[in-house]
Design a protein around this ligand. Structure first.
Ligand SMILES: NCc1[nH]cc(CCC(=O)O)c1CC(=O)O
Length: 308
């Protein structure tokens, strides 16, 4: 019997390619043939516009979505944190893969001693409002500057500039063997909803592919990232908002943390809760309601007026 290979769509960055190959490997283990199809995204092609001004939602996913809808590819592999929480297209998440290290990290080529010096006005690079706001909340005397590009491009920029450091997702660096650049794990920073997790998209009506892809789903990661993304969705915040959410499971309990800040980090709203796995399905929604009633509505209004 000759069957055509499963065509896996991916962006062509080193990280995206690594992730797509990971999915290919899992499918091959189950006896399927696979083929990678590289698709360029708007977010990768335009490096001069700050990410926060590109309309935020879906700049990295649009081209892959189109390739999938037109039938050029069967499935698409995404960093789950790059997927908008609202999706009007006839595409759906077919599986969420086991999560890697969800933490943010600091890459500081000259070392991290400067962090202890409260009179030193360090310069830190990040293109993420979530990272910017949390950094400024903790280090209000620092300056945060914008940085764009895929992981490799950003690392190069850190080498070429005299910034004191830049913030990266641990998973992104580790996956492509660049973990040795990490100077410090930012355990205090609340990561982005679904950071470190990969999602495989399928066409909504593709029942054959649904059955194949479902087998890759990691239930615990799916539960945790769903809670995180429910929170993000209810904050009406999009991927560029200064909002973080992280859930993990230990001893049958879900531990969940969520945070929303003003862009300058001066105001911060926190939520923390632990509940049994069986009672966790509403946690993301509850957190959003709690933070909004604490006053975090201000954060969202700031996003709307600023378009950042
Ligand atoms: N923002 C882009 C992006 N999307 C996913 C990752 C890393 C891998 C992941 O978090 O799953 C990164 C790089 C980064 O944030 O430094």
């Amino acid at each position: 019997m000759s069957k055509s290979p499963i065509r896996i769509g991916t962006r062509d960055s080193q990280l995206a390619t690594w992730q797509a190959k990971q999915v290919a490997g899992k499918l091959q283990k189950q006896g399927h043939e696979t083929e990678l199809v590289f698709v360029k995204s708007e977010g990768d092609l335009d490096l001069s516009t700050p990410l926060t001004e590109m309309g935020g939602k879906g700049v990295f996913t649009k081209a892959l979505d189109e390739a999938q809808l037109s039938g050029q590819v069967d499935i698409a592999v995404h960093s789950f944190k790059d997927l908008p929480t609202e999706n009007p297209l006839p595409l759906k998440v077919g599986a969420i893969l086991d999560r890697a290290d969800p933490r943010d990290t600091l890459v500081a080529p000259g070392g991290t001693d400067f962090l202890d010096d409260t009179s030193y006005q360090a310069t830190i690079a990040t293109g993420s409002n979530r990272r910017r706001a949390q950094w400024l909340h903790r280090y209000p005397h620092h300056e945060v500057v914008d940085i764009r590009g895929n992981v490799n491009t950003r690392l190069k920029k850190v080498e070429d500039n005299d910034w004191d450091g830049a913030i990266f997702a641990a998973a992104g660096l580790q996956r492509i063997d660049l973990g040795h650049h990490i100077s410090q794990y930012l355990d205090w920073m609340v990561s982005a909803a679904a950071q470190g997790a990969m999602a495989v998209m399928i066409r909504e009506e593709d029942e054959n592919m649904q059955e194949i892809i479902e087998a890759l789903n990691h239930d615990e990661t799916a539960l945790c990232t769903t809670i995180e993304r429910d929170f993000l969705h209810d904050m009406e915040a999009g991927c560029s908002a200064p909002v973080g959410a992280y859930a993990f499971i230990e001893d049958g309990q879900v531990h969940f943390k969520a945070v929303a800040l003003t862009l300058d980090g001066s105001e911060r709203y926190d939520y923390e809760e632990t509940v049994a796995v069986g009672e966790a399905s509403d946690l993301g929604h509850a957190a959003a309601q709690d933070l909004l009633s604490q006053g975090a509505i201000k954060v969202i209004e700031e996003m709307k007026s600023d378009r950042r």
